[in-house]
Design a protein around this ligand. Structure first.
Ligand SMILES: [Ca+2]
Length: 213
C-alpha cells in the first residue's frame, strides 16, 4: 500500500482524507459469535429522503472488533443528514459538493462526530445490534479490508499502474496543471473526486479503499 498510503498522507493535510464508517463490537460486547453472526448480511441504513448508507459484512475481520464496513466512503449527501449546511467546496472550478461525491473539508473530529451521531440515531431507532456501535475503522482493519486480507501492495494486487480506482491520473494534469503528481499511463477520467460508486471495487466488495477521496 506504499504509493496509495502516500497519497492519502498528503490528503489529510488538505481535509481530503477518506471518511468511512464501520459497525464494530464494543469492548464490553457480550454478544456471542453465534448470536452476532446470525445477522451476517450486508446492511443498508436508511438516513431518510432517499439517502441510504450501505455496509458490507466482512467475516475476515472477526478477529478484530469490526464486523461491517462502509461499502463506500461517506458521501456529502450522507454527511449532510448529520450537518445540513456542510459544504465540501470546489477546486479550480470543479465542484466537490455533489450528493454522491465523498465528503471533504472535514477533520478527524468531524468524522468521529458523524460516527457517534450515527450510533445514537440507530440506537434510538432500535436498529443497532446489542453491543455494537459505529466508528471509524482501526488501522489494522483498514489494512485488512483494503488488502483483502492477503497483504497485497495495492487494492487490486501488486502490479502498477492501478487497474481501477480514482487516483491522480492523467486527467488531473489537464485540469490542475502538469505540476501535480500524475500517474502516467493511467486514466480514470476524474480530475478530482468522483461518485463513490465509480471509485473502484476491490475483491471484498468495498469501493475506493486506495488513495485519497
Ligand atoms: Ca483521477
Amino acid at each position: 500500500m506504499k504509493r496509495c498510503c502516500l497519497i492519502a498522507f498528503f490528503a489529510v493535510a488538505a481535509g481530503l482524507f477518506p471518511v468511512r464508517t464501520v459497525l464494530a463490537a464494543s469492548p464490553t460486547n457480550t454478544v456471542s459469535p453465534s448470536a452476532a453472526t446470525h445477522a451476517s448480511k450486508d446492511l443498508a441504513i436508511d438516513l431518510g429522503d432517499g439517502v441510504t448508507m450501505e455496509l458490507v459484512w466482512i467475516p475476515n475481520l472477526y478477529s478484530l472488533a469490526e464486523r461491517w464496513v462502509g461499502k463506500y466512503e461517506v458521501t456529502n449527501g450522507e454527511y449532510r443528514k448529520f450537518k445540513a449546511d456542510h459544504d465540501s467546496g470546489e477546486c479550480k472550478g470543479q465542484s466537490l459538493n455533489g450528493d454522491r461525491q465523498p465528503v471533504v473539508a472535514v477533520n478527524f473530529e468531524d468524522a468521529k462526530a458523524f460516527a457517534n451521531w450515527l450510533s445514537e440515531r440507530e440506537e434510538k431507532a432500535g436498529r443497532l445490534p446489542k453491543g455494537y456501535y459505529y466508528r471509524l475503522p482501526s488501522e489494522d482493519a483498514w489494512l485488512t479490508f483494503a488488502q483483502c486480507g492477503d497483504g497485497r501492495e495495492y487494492p487490486w494486487g501488486n502490479s502498477w499502474p492501478p487497474k481501477y480506482g480514482n487516483y491522480a491520473d492523467e486527467t488531473i494534469g489537464e485540469v490542475l496543471g502538469k505540476d501535480w503528481g500524475i500517474i502516467f499511463g493511467y486514466r480514470d477520467g476524474y480530475a478530482l473526486t468522483c461518485p463513490v460508486e465509480e471509485s473502484g471495487k476491490n475483491d471484498w466488495g468495498l469501493c475506493g479503499v486506495g488513495g485519497n477521496v
